[in-house]
Design a protein. Structure first.
Lengths: 330, 330
């Protein structure tokens, strides 16, 4: 029996989906559901293709209460830049959670992943950062540095922002972009220790394999969200910071143990905190979050299939409202 | 950088792709590549959704020498028939094996899986059945009963065909359909023992959980292909048949140990044959196949991601030649 499938290109999606409070709320809902126990999220299917310097990851999750579930396919082909193509691509497929029929093909080339990743950062900031953030800091100068700050500013409207990157020119460019977008004071800060010292909220967005944020820099009233580690071997935060903090929270413990900051802390033998709470526990109130503005908290984000299902469902709804995309009968 | 993506509906694919010798050859090529060791085929990603009586499987494989690799998503939602929808759906996504870019979306609703499954049966018959097959038998009366015989007839042009099913009316209908399609004598045979006794090639295509083919029925000069078992707990062939046969071959040992006829034989403690050869070994000559027309051989097919990559690549090429489908820029 033929049915309609909505096909959305990256251009359609960029018009229809914004990184706004609604997007943040729908990702928060996914984390809340994750904590409730009804979410089904199988381990990531991962295929390395060394012959072509490529890899493909497939993620999915079923969330009770969401009308659809997404399957996300993320290829990374690292020789692409040599021929003028981006390394990362991919798409999401949204299926009806009632019938399994394909409802939408989201040819987003990673755009929706960017949005849902930044939205998760905002969820972490909303539930874990001190109630007032005057100065925020971001480490890293790429797409996520920009999006994380755009998202975080909606839940903690800081008046000042510091940007650190290994490349000073990129840090300045990122600072200029964010000053224009947010309409606040933004400065490139060449000393990462000074950036952390002045900030109440720091987001690390680097692909670092050696820590870029030292445990000695922790200070009362600081929240750190680390979102750069998404593969074994990556590490942004000095492992002892996780135990020095009053609270460490994982987006998904089973992933953070393998891919996140937690993996490095376990590897170094410095983690003795048992099973940490998950962000969904903090969001839902099932776990205890920050209990005072002077505490030090850390949130470790590795990215979950539940976020993909949330953003894909959201994107389809926004696109239908905007009458975006092409409908195919199949 | 926008690029073209070919979108093919089930109707487009049914027009462009036929179960012919070319399709059989391309699936054979996938098996040959599997044996060569360069194929990358991760374990299946499987998500059960008991809340909605559904499940989703994701398969993929990279085959050196193929221009693309497929990711196949197969949802099964078993309450669908109550609302007039088929239980099984799904699609394949074809990616460039050089860049990881999406090349084609194949909205086949399982049609290409049907074709590649039947083509694998023909590969098994071509390389394992006696050189001359006068009478073939098929157990089961569904889509695969028909397609398996259409495929097998192209590599072993038998002049007579017997059909057995639990439902006599369905067996007659299947026999009538195949008589018309193949233009040969086809009879419904109510006694499965008699069907096997008269046949040199038997294909089992049932979802049986108790054997429908007994070990005592084996006779010299018989080849059996069992393709019905694709889940734990399914079992078409009495386990002792596997050891009584001169040769047992798996499409993929690691899968057959879990899902195939081999799983039942291991479970019953009757399998003592060590690691059996794979169909690709027989195809490529790396393993020893049938060495005489009087031997008894069995091939166990559970379905592989390599077949999906082969048929998806083939389908795209056929569709481009036929100028079928819709092109989307993304």
């Amino acid at each position: 029996m033929p049915h309609d499938i909505l096909v959305l290109t990256e251009a359609d999606l960029r018009k229809a989906v914004r990184l706004d409070l609604k997007a943040i709320d729908v990702v928060e809902e996914a984390f809340r559901a994750l904590a409730s126990g009804g979410v089904i999220m199988p381990p990531i299917l991962s295929m390395d293709i060394p012959q072509v310097h490529g890899e493909v990851d497939v993620k999915t999750a079923y969330i009770p209460g969401f009308e659809g579930f997404a399957i996300k396919v993320s290829p990374g082909f690292f020789d692409n830049p040599k021929i003028g193509l981006p390394s990362l691509n991919g798409l999401m497929i949204l299926f009806s959670a009632k019938t399994g029929l394909v409802e939408a093909l989201l040819l987003d080339n990673g755009f929706l992943t960017d949005v849902r990743t930044a939205a998760a950062g905002a969820v972490a900031a909303r539930h874990m950062a001190p109630s007032t953030v005057e100065t925020a800091g971001v480490m890293g100068t790429g797409v996520q540095a920009r999006l994380q700050m755009i998202a975080a500013h909606q839940v903690r409207p800081f008046s000042r922002l510091l940007v650190w990157g290994r490349d000073a020119a990129k840090a300045t460019a990122c600072a200029n972009d964010l000053a224009e977008t947010l309409g606040i004071e933004v400065q490139a800060e060449p000393d990462p220790a000074r950036l952390v010292a002045q900030s109440q909220l720091v987001v690390t967005t680097t692909p670092a394999r050696e820590p870029v944020l030292k445990a000695d820099w922790l200070h009362p009233g600081l929240h750190i969200t680390a979102m750069g580690s998404d593969q074994e071997g990556k590490n942004e935060i000095e492992p002892t910071a996780l135990t020095r903090a009053d609270l460490y929270v994982a987006d998904r413990v089973s992933q953070c143990e393998k891919l996140g900051e937690l993996a490095a802390a376990i590897h170094d033998g410095v983690w003795h905190g048992g099973t940490p709470p998950e962000l969904g526990d903090i969001v839902s109130g099932a776990g205890t979050g920050r209990t005072g503005d002077d505490q030090i908290t850390i949130c470790d984000l590795t990215g979950t299939g539940a976020q993909d299902t949330a953003i894909a469902t959201f994107a389809r709804a926004r696109a239908l409202t905007a009458k975006a995309g092409t409908t195919i009968q199949s």
